[in-house]
Write a protein that binds this ligand. Structure first.
Ligand SMILES: *[C@@H]1O[C@H](CO)[C@@H](O)[C@H](O)[C@H]1NC(C)=O
Ligand SMILES: *[C@@H]1O[C@H](CO)[C@@H](O)[C@H](O)[C@H]1NC(C)=O
Length: 358
């Protein structure tokens, strides 16, 4: 049907017709379609059902475990049913609530002296929690940390997983909301915590990207080399963010046909920002592996712009360390994770009346 496959994201296809755009996302035999005109969407559906046996499930409400709700005020996504299923399987439906997914300042380590726990069941629950990350950047750091001990999980790791589940119990209906209006620009936040892993001293990278006011991608990951200073850790994190920024920008322009714009990345360490802007590396930064200088190249080529952000507005902070309860709630709301149950949105005055078909 003359669709073009996006080289940057192989499950996405697009087609232009009479200056209208049609986009398809495909997973095995499930697909969803969106476009700038209802008539070309219908034309596509008819064309497909002439060729294949198809069931039209109508407006998207559920896709690979993600619950989607569309209204005039926007789109919400959550994985509430999936979260409740995990809690049921863990027999934790009636557990006490936790206010944050990980205790503040908790430092897990390999804990070789501790008793091992059932690795099969540990891996299963960590795997389930990882799937939840599709709509839950608020638990990305905690889930990232417990993922480090899949090989030989100990009692303290099992307790950390239980803690995440107790947090989930009180926040199963949390998710993300995408509004129609807003600034159509990619903005990323990059942060790192220096020297936190007690076993190997590596830092954690965190970045989160926004399109308009809502987050679209995020990552919390241990760095793969040791940073010698917090500035260096921040620089490595910013480099990882730059790779993501370039990929997102390419994908966006491929899918929409828009011109590529510079992606803004916000970093809270001035020394690290200076390092991205100064193409001459010497002294203390000389040993940083050349691949980390990718970001300097992106800045030089005008693909990425790095800007300073104050620590309290640093949205990637929640992806790099276990925060205390009050700070955690503040940051969770700052990154855009909220209770998206219909009841809660009504209380907040968000218009959730269903879309009226044209
Ligand atoms: C470990 O957990 C799995 C799955 O939950 C279970 O089938 C298995 O019997 C457990 N093994 C032990 C030694 O308890
Ligand atoms: C930023 O980098 C400098 C230089 O390495 C370091 O002294 C400082 O603590 C860092 N600040 C933050 C907030 O990470």
């Amino acid at each position: 049907m003359n669709f073009l496959k996006c080289p940057k994201e192989q499950s996405v296809y697009r087609k232009y017709k009479n200056s209208n755009l049609l986009i398809i996302a495909l997973y095995v035999d499930d697909l969803f379609v969106t476009g700038t005109s209802l008539s070309i969407i219908n034309e596509f559906k008819n064309g497909m059902s002439n060729k294949f046996e198809m069931t039209d499930l109508g407006r998207l409400t559920y896709y690979l475990g993600i619950e989607v709700s569309q209204s005039n005020s926007g789109i919400t996504i959550k994985q509430e049913k999936y979260a409740l299923k995990i809690l049921k399987e863990a027999c934790m439906e009636t557990c006490n609530l936790a206010h944050a997914p990980m205790e503040q300042g908790l430092k897990l380590c390999k804990a070789e002296g501790e008793k091992s726990i059932n690795a099969t069941s540990y891996r299963k629950f960590v795997g389930c929690l990882r799937y939840l990350l599709h709509t839950r950047p608020d638990i990305a750091y905690a889930v990232g940390v417990v993922s480090r001990y899949m090989q030989d999980p100990k009692e303290s790791h099992g307790l950390a997983v239980k803690h995440i589940l107790r947090y989930l119990k009180g926040t199963a209906s949390y998710g993300l909301r995408y509004e129609r209006a807003g600034d159509k620009r990619l903005v990323g936040y990059s942060d790192s915590s220096h020297n936190v892993d007690p076993d190997d001293g590596r830092s954690t990278t965190g970045h989160i990207f926004y399109f308009g006011s809502s987050p679209i991608t995020w990552c919390s990951q241990k760095q793969d080399t040791v940073a010698l200073s917090s500035c260096e850790a921040e620089f490595m994190a910013a480099t990882a963010a730059a790779c993501q920024a370039v990929w997102l920008q390419d994908l966006l322009s491929e899918v929409t046909g828009w011109n590529k714009e510079r992606v803004l990345i916000r970093v809270d360490n001035s020394s690290a920002i200076a390092l991205t802007k100064n193409p001459v590396f010497h002294g203390r930064s000389k040993h940083i592996h050349t691949r980390f200088h990718f970001i300097s190249e992106c800045v030089e080529d005008d693909k990425v712009e790095v800007e300073h952000v104050s620590g309290d507005k640093q949205k990637a902070d929640i992806l790099t360390k276990p925060l205390g309860r009050i700070k955690f709630k503040e940051m969770r709301s700052l990154i855009g994770v909220e209770d998206v149950s219909v009841r809660n949105l009504e209380i907040k005055g968000v218009n959730e009346s269903p879309l009226i078909p044209k």
